[in-house]
Write a protein that binds this ligand. Structure first.
Ligand SMILES: NC(=O)c1ccc[n+]([C@@H]2O[C@H](COP(=O)([O-])OP(=O)(O)OC[C@H]3O[C@@H](n4cnc5c(N)ncnc54)[C@H](O)[C@@H]3O)[C@@H](O)[C@H]2O)c1
Length: 246
C-alpha cells in the first residue's frame, strides 16, 4: 500500500514496486491522479481516501486485504506543505494552517501505520519472523527547517520522533519501521516553488548538484524492504544538503 501514490515520490514507488512484481494499492485523495499511475499496471489498484480519515483509511486497508489477501508493505508518501511565516504582516498565522499540515503529514502517517500494522501482525511470519515493513517519508526539514517551514518541520519532526518507538513497539510482531528524510526531489510538490527557487535549491546540493529523482527515492524504499537489518532508523537522502535558514 502506497499512500500519496498518485504523484511524485509515491508514484515512483508504485512504479518500482509494481515492476518488481508486487501487488500495489495506491491510496490517494486524488482519484484521477491515482488512476493515471495505476493504468499501465495489471497489479496496481486504487483506493480513494484521505489519510487523516479513520473510516476511509480503514476501508482502504480492507480493500488491500480483500484484493491481495493481505498487506505486507506500507509506504507513507501522502503529504502537504503550506509555507508561511508565523508572524506575517497581518499578524500571527492562522492556527488552522499549522494544524492541517500536522494533521495530514503526522496524524495521516500514524493513521495509516496503526491500521496497516493490525493487518500485518496477523501475517504468517517469514523464516526469520518478519511480518511486514513500514516506510515513512519525513524530510530534511525535520532537522534543518527553513524560515516559513515551521508547520512542515514540526510535522516531519514528529515522523522522525516516532520511528524508533514504533520499531520497538512492533518488534514483537516482526514489523520493521524505517523513515526516509528526502532532501529536494523533482516532484509536483516542488514545482509549486517556481523555476528560480528550484534552481537555487538544486545549486545548494553539494553532490550531486541537482534535484533528486523520484526513482532514487523509490530505489531506497525497495532497498529498505529487502534489507532486514534496517529498522528504527531515519535515513537522509539528500546529496549532503544542509539547508540554510532561507
Ligand atoms: N519533493 C520533495 O522534495 C520532498 C522532500 C522531502 C519530503 N517530501 C515528502 O515526500 C512526500 C511526497 O511528496 P511529493 O513531492 O511526491 O508530493 P506530491 O504533491 O507530488 O504528492 C503527494 C501526493 O499525496 C496526496 N495527498 C496529499 N494529501 C493527502 C491526504 N490527506 N490523503 C491522501 N492523499 C493525500 C496528493 O494527492 C498527492 O498525490 C510528502 O510527504 C513530502 O512532504 C518531498
Amino acid at each position: 500500500m502506497v499512500t500519496g501514490g498518485g504523484s511524485g515520490l509515491g508514484a515512483a514507488t508504485v512504479r518500482v514496486l509494481a515492476s518488481a512484481g508486487a501487488h500495489v494499492l495506491i491510496v490517494d485523495r486524488n482519484q484521477a491522479a491515482a488512476e493515471v499511475q495505476a493504468a499501465p499496471f495489471e497489479n496496481v489498484a486504487v483506493a480513494v481516501a484521505d489519510v487523516t480519515h479513520p473510516q476511509q483509511m480503514s476501508e482502504a486497508v480492507e480493500i488491500a486485504r480483500s484484493k491481495f489477501g493481505t498487506l505486507d508493505i506500507l509506504v507513507n508518501c501522502a503529504g502537504i506543505s503550506d509555507p508561511g511565516r508565523v508572524l506575517g504582516k497581518e499578524g500571527p498565522i492562522a492556527l488552522e494552517r499549522f494544524a492541517r499540515v500536522v494533521e495530514v503529514n503526522l496524524l495521516g502517517t500514524f493513521n495509516a501505520i496503526r491500521l496497516a500494522a493490525a493487518v500485518m501482525a496477523a501475517n504468517s511470519p517469514s523464516s526469520s519472523g518478519e511480518r511486514g515493513v513500514i516506510v515513512n517519508t519525513a524530510s530534511i526539514a525535520a532537522f534543518d527547517g527553513q524560515i516559513g517551514q515551521v508547520s512542515y518541520a514540526a510535522s516531519k519532526g514528529g515522523i522522525v520522533g516516532m520511528t524508533l518507538p514504533l520499531a520497538r513497539d512492533f518488534a514483537r510482531h516482526g514489523i520493521r519501521v524505517v523513515t526516509i528524510a528526502p532532501g529536494i526531489f523533482d516532484t509536483p510538490m516542488l514545482a509549486e516553488l517556481g523555476e528560480e527557487v528550484r534552481a537555487s535549491l538544486a545549486a545548494q546540493v553539494p553532490f550531486p548538484p541537482r534535484l533528486g529523482r523520484p526513482e532514487e527515492y523509490a530505489h531506497l524504499v525497495k532497498a529498505i524492504i529487502e534489507n532486514e537489518m534496517l529498522n528504527g532508523e531515519v535515513i537522509r537522502l539528500d546529496g549532503a544538503l544542509r539547508m540554510s535558514p532561507r
